[in-house]
Every structure is written in structure tokens, then in C-alpha cells.
Design a protein around this ligand. Structure first.
Ligand code: ADP
Ligand code: MG
Length: 260
């Protein structure tokens, strides 16, 4: 969390992002800027396009029109003067390395220990020497409070522990940006807090985060700004003290009335 100035260039800039699946228009011109070090929580009813939007940011989906920039790069494209050229898979994979993603489901490799899950991408993708990768993975496991579970397999861990490992695994690639898609929605209620605590710690450390969540208390405490999405558009965005307390849009109001 930090104060940002409008002069500073946004780390993420989505401009008029449109995405359809066949006849179904899921994103109808999404605009969003996220500054370096900022935490933006994305709220909205089920089916409003939140996951699709996150997937467009890291090019798991290709947009139909509009653009997403992360830093100076247009996601999925190479810019040459005013011209955009589509990138090949390799170049897209390189862009994606700068973006960590944590899903509702933990997606750990079941046949690998916690430590190996965290080391896997740095060693396999970034060619970090094993010793160095192990040291860094251990410090990330310590950071998420699971150093003592380094040798455990995912099936031996609770959902909350698995999600904390998944966060450590995403951090191991040293991303500029972290995307969280309802990271606590699949957890038993008593395990939600430990995952949110890890995310709060990351937010405090200055990591840039976009978090899709229904945890309004988390958004109120941690978000620099809250965006409300409905029907494939961002209808309202602002500080939590405004959007969550005195929402301007009637649809934000009725959504909050339902979840609070
Ligand atoms: P949210 O995350 O806000 O619940 P989603 O982005 O998952 O919303 O979905 C928005 C809409 O797009 C929904 O109607 C969903 O059924 C549809 N959708 C999402 N992914 C696909 C897909 N791969 N193919 C077809 N429709 C999809
Ligand atoms: Mg979703």
C-alpha cells in the first residue's frame, strides 16, 4: 500500500478491453489503471467478467479489442512505432513470467513437495541454480509461515496451507504484478484468515496486486482502491471509504447490500 501520484506511470493499464465468447459479450470495454505498489480489489457479482478480465491481463485469454499494458509492454503484442505485431508463444510466456497468478483452486503439483512446488519454475524456466532456488524457496515458505512444511506433499496440507504454498510459488518468479482470483473462496471459513494475512503482508511490502474477492472486510482494510464490476464493465472505482461506504452506482449499492 502506498500513496501514488497521477504523474507516475501506471504499471497496469487496460483500455477499452472487449472480450466475447461466441455471441456472449463478457467484457464490454473495461478500463482500469493500477499503479506500482497499489492494491486494487475487484468486486462484482458472479458472471460479471472478473475472472475473464484477470485472464486477459496475463494473456490466458486474447482480447477482441482494446489493449492491456503491463509496464511498457502491450500484452500479447510487440509495439513498433504505432504498429502492433502479435507475439509468438515464447514471447508471451516471457511476458507472463512478470505476472503471478493465484486461483481459487490451489493448482499445486500433487507429486511434488511444497519446497519443490516453489522451486519448480525458477529452476525449470529461469534456470536458477538449484541451491540458490532452494534457499529462496525456503525464505518464501518462511514468509508464508510454512517453513516446517517444506517436505510435505499437497495432500498432507490443509486448503489454507496449500493456498499459501501457491502464493509462495507465484512469488518465486519475482513477479511485478500479482493477480488473485477469489483466493479464499474454496477454503473452509476457519482457513480464510491465514491466507488473507499472507496477502496483507504482501500488500504492506509494496507488491502491486489485483485481487478479485468477496471479502469486503479485507478490501476495506487493504485495498488502495476498490473497483466494482457488473455486466462486463467497471461501473465504479475509488477508495474503499467511498465505494464501500457511500457507493454512487445503484448496482454497487444492491451488490453490497447482498454481501454485507
Ligand atoms: P466472474 O469471474 O465475474 O464470475 P467470468 O469472467 O468467469 O465471471 O465469466 C463471465 C461470463 O463469461 C459468464 O457468463 C461465463 O459463463 C462466461 N465465460 C467465461 N469463460 C468462458 C469460456 N471459456 N467460454 C464461454 N463462456 C465463458
Ligand atoms: Mg470468477
Amino acid at each position: 500500500m502506498c500513496a501514488t501520484t497521477s504523474i507516475e506511470r501506471a504499471l497496469v493499464r487496460a483500455e477499452s478491453v472487449h472480450k466475447s465468447y461466441g455471441d456472449l459479450e463478457v467484457l464490454r470495454g473495461v478500463d482500469l489503471e493500477v499503479h506500482r505498489g497499489e492494491v486494487v480489489c475487484l468486486l462484482g457479482p458472479s458472471g460479471s467478467g472478473k475472472s475473464t478480465f484477470l485472464r486477459c491481463i496475463n494473456h490466458l485469454e486474447q482480447v477482441n479489442s482494446g489493449r492491456v499494458w503491463v509496464g511498457d509492454e502491450v500484452i500479447g503484442y510487440r509495439q513498433q512505432g504505432n504498429q502492433l505485431h502479435e507475439l509468438n508463444e515464447r514471447a508471451i510466456a516471457r511476458q507472463r513470467r512478470r505476472i503471478g497468478m493465484v486461483f481459487q483452486k490451489f493448482n499445486l503439483f500433487p507429486h511434488m513437495t511444497a519446497l519443490d512446488n516453489v522451486m519448480d519454475a525458477p529452476v525449470g524456466v529461469k534456470r536458477v541454480p538449484r541451491g540458490e532456488a532452494r534457499e529462496r524457496a525456503m525464505s518464501l515458505l518462511t514468509r508464508v509461515g510454512l517453513a516446517d512444511k517444506a517436505d510435505a506433499y499437497p495432500r498432507q496440507l490443509s486448503g489454507g496451507q496449500q493456498q499459501r504454498i501457491a502464493i509462495a510459488r507465484a512469488l518465486a518468479m519475482e513477479p511485478d504484478l500479482m493477480l488473485f482470483d477469489e483466493p479464499t473462496s474454496a477454503l473452509d471459513p476457519e482457513l480464510v484468515g491465514e491466507v488473507l494475512d499472507v496477502m496483507k503482508d504482501l500488500a504492506r511490502s509494496g507488491l502491486t496486486m489485483i485481487v478479485v474477492t468477496h471479502e469486503i472486510a479485507f478490501a476495506r482494510e487493504v485495498a488502495d482502491r476498490v473497483a466494482f464490476m457488473d455486466g462486463g464493465e467497471v461501473l465504479e472505482i475509488g477508495p474503499p471509504s467511498e465505494v464501500l461506504v457511500t457507493p454512487r452506482h445503484p448496482r454497487t449499492r444492491s451488490f453490497l447490500a447482498r454481501v454485507l
